[in-house]
Design a protein around this ligand. Structure first.
Ligand code: FES
Length: 59
């Protein structure tokens, strides 16, 4: 959590950027996270990982 590990290689979005967007903008759904960060909009391969991050944060 909160690492610089790249989650979305297509858009070069790392975990920290995704976590910050979810927290700061109170994002609830995968689509919201993708639209806001730009991750998950190309090949879609990272979407399950983004969903996992959402799940972890919303526990
Ligand atoms: S790895 Fe995220 S859209 Fe391709």
């Amino acid at each position: 959590m909160n690492t610089n590990e790249v989650i979305c290689t297509c858009a070069e979005i790392n975990e920290q950027q995704i976590v910050s967007a979810i927290r700061n903008q109170n994002l609830k759904t995968l689509d919201e996270v993708c639209e806001t960060t730009g991750a998950g909009m190309v090949c879609g391969g990272c979407r399950p990982v983004i969903q996992e991050i959402l799940n972890k944060l919303n526990k």
